[in-house]
Ligand binder design. Structure first.
Ligand code: KIV
Ligand code: ZN
Length: 508
């Protein structure tokens, strides 16, 4: 019989550590609800000691989630463990996740602690966590660059202290599959008590090997994989959830493992995470990229038309690729809109629904056919966005091949209306310069990109901007049928995220 591999999703914790991917509490709860719908076993909701915002997010997710376990991360000290428990204790199935570095490099340069001391504090912290809950996970950070004898000793100490999951992270994405598989086999053979606990892995993608390493680990005894939606995370990211899950499923002939995931929710989850974090999915990304199921060459198209199996190893429907059907229009009423919002998985209060419906009506005046993607963008922009310091009230831009591009912008800032005008090299430049003047902000524009949300010339343009200030990056998004308005919205969204980020850092 196929053995169960647990899926531990860390999109909301390690994923949020991607440069620019800041999320507010409402956005995190929405993603957590979608992860629960996807049926992940464990949702790592955050690192409560790191900021007030993280604490609140873990608490809110713990309250909202009823089927998946909810994990909170803590370092090996009493304050961290207590704070993590305070945040996660309301969950139906809470988990405390305790971690400490085990490599010589980290011990010498970062922790400045001896090996004996690390064993002692790891055991003490696991034991402290164990007093709160039997569901304690221990992680040996930078395990793949650690002395194996010491790694084994730390894992044994954690198990003796009560850990029921032992996680082996490839924190810097250094391992290669054969080597990582071998390490997992050694841990399984040599760590006393390992047979009583779940052996887990957590891989980073610095060499593009996170998914391959995770699969090698499963083949050698790991029964939990830590991963993120779209593979987002620190630097090159984490193991991509959708890739591991679909690899195990598509190659059932080879692997005798299964996950409890419901793959038809993968695409919606991927799009939601991308929309909320602003992290655009590369078109050739496996499983969820726009081209993942597109057949371009004549030979391939010919083959697929004759028999899908010729060039398709899984069906687009199995991962929930939407048939972008026309669903609503100008004449659709409140009831139809509400039904569609619910079908897309959003639960909105009456007041929020009314706001979203107003925006839908405005959009339907400009755009005849409203698709699911349009509704998602309305809900994410109008309802789930972080509390606004800066709001766009009015924008008028004059541009052309014989005028100096000029933008007039009115904004609400801290409750006050401010209007300014400015010039630029083009309409977007004029708009951004004017917004900068109004908000008196200093962020540097690192990236600017436009995509169409759906097909057709009347489609909404979706703009993504990346801003940087004092080493911190944020990503903002905005959608509108007018790309200049979409650009202004994206820029203001990024500025609001930067404000949120500054507050978060002050709370540390
Ligand atoms: O990469 C890592 O080692 C981590 C740990 C906190 C599990 O994210
Ligand atoms: Zn990590």
């Amino acid at each position: 019989m196929a053995q169960h591999v647990k899926i531990f999703d860390t999109t909301l914790r390690d994923g949020e550590q991607s440069p620019g991917a800041t999320m507010n509490v409402a956005e995190k709860v929405r993603i957590a609800e979608q992860l629960e719908k996807l049926n992940v076993d464990i949702i790592e909701a955050g690192f409560p000691i790191s900021s007030e915002g993280d604490f609140e997010a873990v608490r809110a997710i713990a309250k909202a989630i009823k089927r998946s376990e909810v994990a909170a991360l803590a370092r090996v000290n009493p304050k961290d463990v207590d704070r993590a428990w305070e945040a996660v204790k309301g969950a139906k199935f809470p988990r405390l996740h305790i971690f400490v570095s085990t490599s010589d490099i980290h011990l010498k340069h970062q922790l400045k602690k001896s090996k004996q001391e690390v064993i002692r504090i790891a055991a003490q912290s696991v034991a402290r966590a164990r007093r709160y809950t039997p569901n304690v996970e221990f992680s040996a950070m930078d395990a793949t660059r650690s002395d194996v004898g010491f790694l084994i000793a730390v894992c044994e100490a954690a198990i003796r202290a009560g850990a029921v999951t032992v996680n082996i992270p490839d924190t810097v994405g250094y391992a290669i599959p054969s080597e990582f598989g071998e390490l997992i086999r050694t841990i399984r053979q040599k760590v006393r008590g390992i047979e009583k606990v779940t052996l887990s892995v957590h891989c980073h993608n610095d060499l593009g090997l996170a998914v391959a390493n995770s699969i090698a680990a499963i083949q050698n005894g790991a029964r939990q994989v830590e991963c993120t939606i779209n593979g987002i995370g620190e630097r090159a990211g984490n193991t991509s959830l959708e890739e591991v899950v679909m690899a195990l499923r598509t190659r059932r002939d080879l692997f005798r493992f299964h996950t409890r995931l419901i793959p038809k929710h993968l695409m919606a989850t991927s799009r939601l995470v991308s929309k909320i974090t602003g992290m655009v999915i590369q078109p050739n990304k496996a499983i969820v990229g726009a081209n993942a199921f597109a057949h371009e060459s004549g030979i391939h198209q010919d083959g697929v038309l004759k028999e899908k199996l010729t060039y398709e190893i899984m069906t687009p429907e199995s991962v929930g690729i939407p048939r972008s059907s026309i669903i609503l229009g100008k004449l659709s009423g409140r009831h139809a809109f509400r039904e569609r919002v619910i079908e897309l998985g959003y639960r909105l209060s009456d007041a929020d629904l009314e706001r979203a419906f107003d925006r839908f009506k405005q959009l339907a005046d400009k755009k005849r056919d409203i698709f699911d993607e349009d509704i998602e963008s309305i809900v994410v922009e109008e309802i789930l966005r972080m509390p606004h310091r800066f709001k766009l009230v009015y924008i008028n831009v004059i541009a052309g091949n014989v005028t100096v591009p000029t933008a007039t912008v009115q904004m609400e800032m801290d409750g006050k209306l401010i209007q300014e005008a400015g010039f630029g090299d083009g309409p977007v430049d004029a708009t951004f310069k004017t917004i900068k003047k109004i908000t008196r902000t200093k962020s540097k524009l690192l990236q600017f990109a436009i995509n169409a949300i759906t097909s057709g010339t009347e489609a909404q343009g979706e703009v993504t901007v990346k801003l940087e200030e004092k080493g911190h990056t944020v990503i903002g998004q905005g959608a509108d049928t007018d790309v200049i308005v979409a650009s202004a919205k994206a820029y203001i969204n990024a500025l609001n995220k930067m404000e949120f980020r500054k507050q978060k850092l002050l709370g540390m």
